[in-house]
Design a protein around this ligand. Structure first.
Ligand SMILES: [Fe+2]
Length: 363
């Protein structure tokens, strides 16, 4: 039979025997998982409409007191802990690191380390979400042994002895490009962010450099009573809300209306290629989200990411990717005010000023 139009990643996915969830976004705390002998735990594959060509999302659930099977693979993996408490051992050559995680932890598994996850709670299951570069690696080499039984080692990716202790190094650059280099962040919920006002009133952010990897992660915070400016870019940013709650709007250039999704911790979604999107905080406290993608601020991988990490807070008038508040559809602010009122939250006075100056200039 003629072999053509083959996606080696999807072939692998359909052979895994795990539930495959395909769609715009999901509540990962409730997606169905199924036991996997390879994983020694339950798993699911989450294939988002906006996932792009290079990454997938894998969910792992480990039973109370249980341990997943040891794993080793050539692709990179960034893990966000959705629920539970546990520990992971990471081994390379003679080196063996072990760290304890809980809800809100973030860590990186570098290529070809041997690692094993344990659920240290005797009562609660632990649920992890991983974004991995398995699609990229399988499509490039289409050989399972090369990817899952490859002896090559990358010792420098383990970092220094402190990299899995929850410590790290702040690399100050400029707003929106400040970086934290580590392999493990114990709790994203209380991690200190840096101001990035050009993305929105009260906005703050950090870019993570994880295991000197090509996988990207960053975290942003929306202040109370605010929203970020709309922007657009290529696919594959998997967005995981971490604290608070809110909603995002999506539209393609020229659309008459918005698509809205409401989110809180547990959700994942990915803005599809070049779809405008905008994030709104509806909570009475700051809302944070984590974004994981392929192509890091250190190694952007594609020309698109190279440009994005340089220009994503530049207005479209100046060749950038952002719609300034004064240029946005007035319905955006109106919807936000209605949503805040529903939750009994006051808008930030700076937002009120922006809306009123726009109204004044329109009359
Ligand atoms: Fe975005």
């Amino acid at each position: 039979m003629a072999k053509f139009l083959i996606d080696p990643y999807l072939e692998w996915a359909h052979g895994e025997g795990l539930p495959i969830h395909e769609g715009f976004g999901f509540d990962l705390l409730s997606v169905e998982t199924a036991p996997s002998p390879r994983l020694g735990a339950s798993g699911a594959l989450v294939l988002l409409e906006g996932r792009g060509d290079f990454v997938d999302c894998q969910v792992l659930e480990i039973e109370p007191g249980g341990a997943a099977e040891p794993q080793r693979h050539l692709y990179e993996e960034v893990v966000y802990v959705l629920a539970g408490r546990g520990s992971t051992t990471v081994e390379l050559g003679e080196r063996r690191d072990s760290f304890e995680w809980g809800t809100g932890s973030l860590f990186a598994l570098p290529p070809n380390v041997r690692y094993r996850h344990f659920n240290t709670s005797g009562r609660e299951p632990a649920r992890l979400a991983a974004v991995t570069s398995l699609p990229l690696v399988l499509k490039a080499f289409h050989d399972l042994d090369f990817v899952f039984a490859n002896p090559f080692e990358f010792p420098e990716r383990m970092g220094g002895g402190e990299s899995y202790r929850g410590e790290g190094e702040l690399i100050p650059v400029r707003p929106g490009r400040h970086q934290w280099e580590t392999n493990f962040v114990p709790d994203l919920r209380d991690f200190e962010l840096k101001a990035w006002e050009s993305r929105g009133v009260g906005s703050s952010n950090i870019k993570f450099v994880l295991a000197d990897g090509t996988m990207h992660a960053h975290m942003s915070e929306l202040a109370v009573g605010t929203y970020k400016k709309a922007h657009r870019h290529g696919p594959d940013f998997h967005i995981f809300p971490v604290t608070g709650h809110g909603y995002s709007l999506f539209w393609r250039q020229g659309d008459a209306d918005f698509t809205r999704i409401d989110w809180r911790h547990g959700w994942v979604y990915a803005p599809p290629d070049q779809v405008w999107h905008q994030h709104f905080n509806a909570a009475d406290k700051p809302s944070r989200y984590l974004a994981i993608a392929y192509g890091s601020i250190r190694y952007p991988f594609t020309a698109e990411k190279m440009d994005l990490f340089s220009n994503n807070d530049r207005s479209i008038d100046k060749g950038g990717r952002q719609i300034e508040y004064e240029d946005e559809d007035p319905r955006v602010g109106e919807m936000f005010r209605t949503e805040l009122a529903r939750h009994g939250v006051e808008p930030d006075p700076r937002m009120v000023e922006i809306w009123s100056s726009r109204t004044a200039s329109a009359t």
